[in-house]
Ligand binder design. Structure first.
Ligand code: FAD
Length: 428
């Protein structure tokens, strides 16, 4: 079955919600799809403990006339249509204009012990916690880099976790310089102050890196290299993330050019968010990490463009340019330093899907050679984690993604639609 929309938006985070609502307000027939069961993306992910923030509720309420396609994962592109895996099987979607609002994921960098049960990404543990994973009473160390650490820690504390400490790898000078710049971003300054207030009493250390996680079957303690030497800290959970990386795999699959500039590859767009492929626009974190404000304003620009209202889009450009400058500030002050890049040893697993240690990759010139010889990047994450980490560590650039973008049923790959009863019996 093939369904057609005037405007199809991939990703129902803040950027996709704004794009869909804006295009629909112009009278377009709009489909908004997301792999997740609810709209909201990462920052507005449903929290079992509290109501969605007002901005999220308003963005969802503004979707008049938009068909919301939840639990729809785009896994491939076929002759101008998107192959989408759904709970009942799969479907094909076509479009007059496509908006890619695929967001970002966490940058995870391997260190000894990072695959122990109890160790996760900072945003990853935040997401699990919002969805009901029990952290009450657990002693948690949060580490890595960037403001997401504070947001994750605040969520964990609100759910009853005992925060042992927050360890930021960036130096005190760098974080203080960033904080001074916040004066030019009053909304951001307020957000930071609110987070710090929610985290009152929790030690927040700068220039501090988790070197190793220790434990036999599960995490028991972490070794931290801080400003005053090395220390061992008992904990139940360790949440480590080194900022965000744009999700560009779908754009790549569709033939859109990437910008390989600092700090991570992102979808290349012109001023009005047009990609290099006609009728495909991109917005939000997929075009470079910029935060919530960027995602919302770019979503609106892409929505106007997709519906053919260029003048409305142009009117928003000054606001977008200002919001984008914040992303550059983040990249400048929180980029992972040399100590972080040196954490993995030859024995450290780099590809946890296929159990490939870093040392096994010596001698390979690119991601493809390494993959063919060692299976690195061939697992369920399709190289999203190891490929991104290897690029960050300067080993080799990320290889281009291949379909399926996510694990999919064999029937989906064969282009067949399953009946619901078949779907419930099939495996992924
Ligand atoms: C784990 C994590 C936690 C975060 N927590 C916070 C926070 O607490 N506070 C904060 O200010 N910022 C947070 N951020 C940053 C935040 O994501 C951005 O500021 C903002 O949400 C970006 O909006 P977006 O619409 O560009 O992308 P996102 O919100 O990332 O939305 C992208 C959506 O696209 C969907 N998608 C991607 N590919 C496909 C596909 N092939 N098929 C179907 N759907 C697809 C995803 O499921 C996702 O819902 C977090 C980021 C991450 C990665």
């Amino acid at each position: 079955m093939t369904e057609r929309y005037d405007v199809l938006v991939v990703g129902a985070g803040p950027a996709g919600l704004a794009a869909a609502g804006t295009a629909a307000a112009h009278g377009a027939r709009v489909g908004l799809l997301d792999a997740q069961p609810r709209a909201g993306g990462q920052v507005w992910r449903h929290d079992v403990r509290k109501n969605a923030p007002r901005a999220a509720r308003e963005a969802i309420a503004a979707l008049h006339g938009v068909t919301l396609l939840a639990q729809h994962s785009v896994i491939a592109s076929e002759d101008g249509a998107l192959r989408v895996e759904i709970p009942q099987g799969s479907t094909l979607l076509t479009y007059g204009a496509l908006v890619l609002a695929t967001g970002a994921r966490e940058l995870l960098l391997p260190f000894p012990g990072w695959t122990l049960p109890g160790v996760s990404g900072a945003g990853g543990l935040q997401a699990l916690t919002k969805q009901g994973w029990p952290v009450a009473g657990k002693r948690v160390v949060v580490a890595g880099s960037g403001p997401l650490l504070l947001a994750a820690a605040a969520t964990l504390r609100a759910h009853g976790a005992k925060l042992v400490g927050i360890h930021e790898q960036a130096s005190a000078e760098s974080v203080h310089a960033f904080a001074r710049q916040l004066l030019h971003w009053p909304a951001r300054a307020t957000q930071a102050a609110l987070l710090r207030a929610k985290l009152a009493g929790v030690p927040y250390r700068f220039g501090s890196v988790v070197r190793q996680a220790h434990g036999e079957d599960a995490l028991r303690l972490v070794e931290i290299d801080g400003a005053h030497g090395t220390s061992l800290v008992d904990c139940d959970l360790l949440a480590v993330g080194y900022g965000l990386v744009p999700n560009v795999e779908l754009a790549q699959l569709l033939g859109c050019a990437l910008d390989h500039g600092h700090p991570h590859p992102h979808v290349q767009v012109d001023e009005l968010l047009r990609t290099s492929v006609p009728a495909i626009l991109a917005a939000g974190e997929a075009c470079g990490i910029g935060g919530l404000a960027v995602a919302r304003i770019e979503g609106a620009i892409a929505g106007h463009m997709a519906a053919g209202h260029q003048d409305d889009a142009r009117a928003l450009l000054p606001e977008r340019d200002r919001a984008r400058r914040f992303g550059a500030l983040l990249a400048r002050h929180f980029a992972p330093g040399a100590r972080v890049h040196a954490l993995a040893t030859p024995q450290t697993l780099i590809c946890r899907c296929e159990d490939v240690p870093l040392g096994a990759l010596d001698g390979y010139a690119d991601a493809r050679d390494a993959k063919l010889a060692t299976r690195c990047g061939m697992g369920a994450c399709q190289g999203r984690i190891c490929g991104t980490a290897l690029a960050e560590l300067g080993r080799f650039p990320r290889g281009a993604g291949r379909p399926p973008l996510f694990p999919a049923r064999l029937a989906t790959l064969a282009g067949l639609a399953l009946s619901s009863s078949d779907a419930s019996r099939s495996s992924t």
